[in-house]
Design a protein around this ligand. Structure first.
Ligand code: C5P
Length: 232
């Protein structure tokens, strides 16, 4: 898979999701299904979006003991998504277990991506709440390195970190980056943002874009603008 724009379908029902996807006549964008939609509708929403011909990033961010994650990933692998994820904080052993569980008997599997530190965590909360005293940039790189050691395909990170992750973990290690906004757009609650064109320049492999597309007056035009700036 090459560079692509992934639309974050952050809706709370199948009805709203399909009303949105129906606008894309003839096009089948790569979509992200997160906890909100998955918990609202269950695995059937994944099957139905897949049946309609979309690629799917199932963003459930697993984090539990290695055995539980391994067995849960084995169940998720049957949904035939293209990409899924977990928290690198669950340790290298947990990530290795996840990879094992995700791999189907024929050796194929979805891409597996690790969340490093959530972008909602800052230096202060990491030190105070998690007792991690290192600089957050080093923690992100350390987690990325652990994900690579465990054999994962890449990390979710800020587009601002994508270049450094590639330097440390190699060009082939994927960077999936949310926090994307148009130069003339609203930034909402995202703090550190980049335009699709900047994300391309810094080397993001996939951008995850929610509200700039889902809340746009013309979502299809907004999606096409992202593709023009990021992929073409
Ligand atoms: O609407 P917006 O473009 O901000 O959506 C970004 C998407 O990426 C949301 O689904 C959000 O949960 C997700 N995300 C993020 N920051 C992270 C990890 C995931 O914004 N660090």
């Amino acid at each position: 898979m090459g560079k692509d724009v992934i639309i974050a379908c952050d809706f709370d029902s199948a009805e709203k999701t399909f009303a949105f996807l129906d606008k894309f006549t003839g096009k089948k964008p790569f979509v992200k299904i997160g906890m909100e939609l998955y918990y609202a509708e269950g695995p059937s929403i994944v099957r139905e979006i897949k049946r309609r011909g979309h690629k799917i990033f199932l963003d459930l961010k697993l984090h539990d003991i290695p055995n539980t994650v391994k067995k849960s990933m084995a169940v998720l692998s049957r949904l035939d998504v293209d990409m899924t994820n977990l928290h690198a904080a669950g340790t290298v052993r947990m990530m290795e277990g996840a990879l094992e569980g995700l791999t189907r008997p024929d050796g194929t599997r979805p891409l597996l991506i690790a969340v490093t530190q959530l972008t909602s965590t800052d230096q202060e909360s990491m030190e105070r709440d998690l007792l991690i005293k290192e600089p957050i940039a080093d923690v992100v790189m350390h987690y990325a390195h652990n994900a690579k050691l465990a054999g994962l395909d890449g990390v979710v990170c800020s587009p601002l970190e994508a270049g450094k992750v590639h330097e440390r973990c190699g060009e082939k290690f994927l960077t999936v980056t949310p926090g994307v906004r148009f130069a003339d757009g609203d930034i909402g609650d995202q703090k550190r943002v980049m335009t699709p064109a900047e994300a391309k320049k810094i080397g993001s492999d996939y951008i995850v874009v929610g509200r700039p597309i889902t809340a746009a007056e013309d979502p299809v035009a907004a999606y096409e603008r992202c593709v023009r700036e990021f992929v073409d």
